[in-house]
Design a protein around this ligand. Structure first.
Ligand code: IVH
Length: 684
């Protein structure tokens, strides 16, 4: 029999251990024990508390989600108002803010803390004797909503903190947000369940925090960064940097990128470096908050209205703006896909003039209910093509027109089809001029047949002059024909002839990719080329033979078979062979074993030091495999600049990511050890 005191001690010890490991995992991101070990501690404490309900404390880790649903939120009066921030939209405005502070302080230099301005919701959380007491939203700055029960479900927010710091009662302030990865995962799950999707992580975080039932909040992937000490009793720090240090030390999650800067130049450096790399963060940041460091200076500077003079929000240029959708245009791609795009009233997005944006496909337009004439939100992230996020429904006049895909190809007039299970419409006329122009550009492009000097205007001129009617016609061009074209000198013509000559020797994988078969990207083309000695063998392969190749599914196989069944395409292949474009190679049965054997990679975005083909070749040479789409089997996704939807998928699946430097390291040194811990965030 255990005596009462023994049980109480055991419960306290378990709580201490759980709190410790929770902090290591959720706050420091450095777990020491496995999920399973953590679960055992939680289960033991749960069992002990079930047997001895008198031992249950509100700050026990078993009590994060426990409260009954509310009918409505109470309101909480903030003891010290939550201020807002003035903005600086460029270096001149930042300088003006700094100069004014320097004048009032009568000091020429002072230190400032730079922090990322996290895109979430401000909250204020109070602690008494080290235990979480209340948590409230910002509200109007004076009064907020009591969301204590919901805040308690956020595992990185401690229910108890060390009292060794000398602080008495105090309030911390911070930003609740939803990580992008969690947001993507959640939306994928919701889509699977047919539930409405959240528009962005900020709305999703706001929705989660305002749930009346804390059990619902607990299922949403919320997190928090603490960015300030609101008010405090006891021994208090004398600067903001010191306050952040103490808060981190006693258990709060502060942002690891906070930096103490000596002068405005360092602030500018911080801002510029995050302007470039903020896309790599797992949360949205819309600027940098600059805070003068010594608290004594805050006193002297005071505030204007609701904005303190000692801090400023130095905003990143907006990446989302609202403009009018004038029309929806259709571009016919090389595989015949009809790609709708937005024609916009020109607008400045983050310093770039935007007139057009992608709209993906008809389903997407329907789902977002985008209508011609709408005011729409347009987003530009990094260097990727701007996209239409959605309509501003409140600005509708009733004059807007829903969109439907044209029934005939806008270029050649052929009836369009939409294959089952596909989101795209296609023009099936293989000789459609628009399709052919896109195909020709693709065929001669880098990574395909790579014909030097054949740019967009030349491909167009060749088609217009009737000199090239299919891709094989390139190989019967003469220098005289080229010089007969407008603005084409003899020297350029010679260069192009040499480029054409060189392209005859491209390997099979490049040729297969260059043909522009639907669903056959470079990685797929490589898998196919590896399995066959030449183009004839691929032409004659059955769907069964093709699906036997690892990485080739029925959809791709069908597409290849259909392509080679088309008489026009067979004719082009024959012409190519006659022109000497007929790569042969030995089929390697076994891929050489190497340090990357058993590892599969997916590439997304461009790398600076290697082309996609080189990267692939190096991975394969070391025994690894490269696939075109992310699945549960993918070991790594290699993320370059302008990554595409593969990154989204990888984030959703929790696939490990490599940047360029890490990829290079891996190619040189072999794979790192497997991750020590499986994923626990969100359900640990
Ligand atoms: S300090 C007086 N620091 O930005 C200073 N705010 O208008 C008050 N925010 O709604 C805020 N990240 O929620 C501060 N590192 C950060 C922040 C931050 C995000 C939000 C805050 C508030 C708004 C300021």
């Amino acid at each position: 029999m255990t005596n009462g005191a023994g049980v109480a001690e055991r419960a306290a010890e378990l709580r201490r251990q759980i709190d410790y490991h929770n902090h290591r995992y959720h706050v420091l991101d450095e777990p020491e024990i496995s999920d399973a070990e953590f679960d055992i501690l939680m289960r033991d404490l749960g069992a002990l508390e079930a047997e001895h309900p008198e031992l249950v404390r509100p700050e026990s880790p078993t009590q994060r989600v426990g409260a009954a649903p509310l009918d409505a939120f109470d309101s909480i009066q903030h003891k010290v108002p939550l201020l807002s921030l003035g903005n600086a939209f460029d270096a001149v405005e930042l300088k003006a803010w700094h100069t004014r502070a320097a004048r009032i302080l009568d000091e020429s230099s002072f230190a400032m803390v730079c922090e990322l301005k996290i895109d979430g919701l401000a909250v204020a959380v109070t602690y008494e004797e080290g235990s979480l007491k209340t948590g409230a939203t910002r509200g109007d700055g004076l009064k907020g909503e009591d969301v204590t029960q919901n805040l308690r479900t956020i595992k990185s927010l401690p229910l108890v903190v060390s009292t060794d710091s000398g602080l008495g009662r105090f309030e911390v302030r911070g930003e609740v947000y939803m990580p992008r990865s969690g947001f993507d995962r959640m939306n994928l799950e919701r889509a699977d369940q047919g539930l409405p999707l959240f528009a962005n992580p900020r709305n999703a975080a706001a929705g989660a925090l305002r749930q009346l039932d804390p059990r619902v909040t607990a299922t949403r992937p919320l997190d928090i960064f603490i960015y300030a000490l609101g008010w405090a009793e006891g021994t208090t720090p004398d600067s903001h940097a010191e306050a952040l240090r103490v808060l981190k030390e006693i258990g709060f999650r502060t942002n690891p990128h906070n930096r103490l800067c000596k002068n405005i130049d360092e602030v500018e450096d911080y801002f510029r470096s995050w302007l470039e790399s903020r896309e790599s963060l797992d949360y949205g940041a819309d600027g940098v908050v600059v805070k003068i460091n010594p608290f004594e200076m805050h006193q002297r500077l005071g505030e204007v209205g609701r904005e303190p003079r000692w801090a400023v929000a130095y905003k990143f240029p907006a990446t989302q703006v609202v403009t009018r959708l004038l029309d929806i245009g259709i571009n016919v791609g090389r595989t015949g896909s009809l790609n709708p795009f937005a024609i916009l009233e020109p607008v400045d997005v983050g310093g770039v003039r935007v007139k057009m944006a992608t709209l993906h496909n008809e389903d997407d337009i329907r789902r977002k209910d985008i209508r011609v004439g709408d005011w729409v939100t347009v987003e530009r992230a990094g260097e990727v093509i701007p996209q239409v996020v959605g309509p501003v429904v409140s600005r509708r006049t009733g004059q807007e027109k829903p969109f439907s895909m044209p029934e005939i190809c806008p270029v050649c007039g052929t009836q369009v089809v939409r294959p089952e299970d596909e989101a795209m419409h296609y023009c099936v006329n293989a000789t459609c001029p628009a399709q052919f122009y896109e195909l020709l550009k693709h065929f001669v492009g880098r990574g395909m047949m790579d014909i030097d000097g054949m740019g967009e205007s030349l491909t167009l001129a060749l088609i217009d002059a009737g000199l090239v009617n299919d891709v094989a016609d390139i190989y019967s061009l003469t220098a005289d024909q080229l010089t007969g074209l407008e603005r084409m000198g003899e020297k350029s013509a010679d260069n192009i002839m040499r480029g054409i000559e060189a392209s005859r020797g491209r390997p099979l994988d490049r040729l297969v990719f260059a043909l522009g078969v639907r669903h056959v990207g470079f990685e797929t083309a490589r898998l196919i080329a590896q399995a066959f000695p030449n183009i004839d063998a691929i032409r004659d392969a059955s769907a069964e033979r093709l699906t036997a190749i690892p990485g080739i599914g029925p959809k791709i196989a069908d597409s290849i078979v259909v392509y080679f069944q088309e008489p026009k395409n067979r004719e082009v292949i024959e012409k190519l062979k006659k022109a000497g474009v007929d790569p042969h190679h030995e089929v390697q049965e076994e891929v050489a074993a190497g340090p990357l054997t058993g590892l599969s990679f997916v590439l997304t975005g461009g790398l600076d030091t290697m082309t996609r083909e080189e990267t692939t070749a190096r991975i394969v040479a070391l025994g690894g495999s490269v696939s075109s789409s992310v699945s549960k089997k993918t070991s790594f996704v290699v993320v370059g600049t302008e990554p595409g939807s593969k990154l989204q998928k990888a984030l959703a699946l929790g696939t490990r990511q490599l940047n360029e430097a890490e990829m290079l390291k891996l190619l040189e040194e072999g794979p790192p050890p497997a991750p020590a811990e499986p994923e626990r965030k969100g359900n640990g």
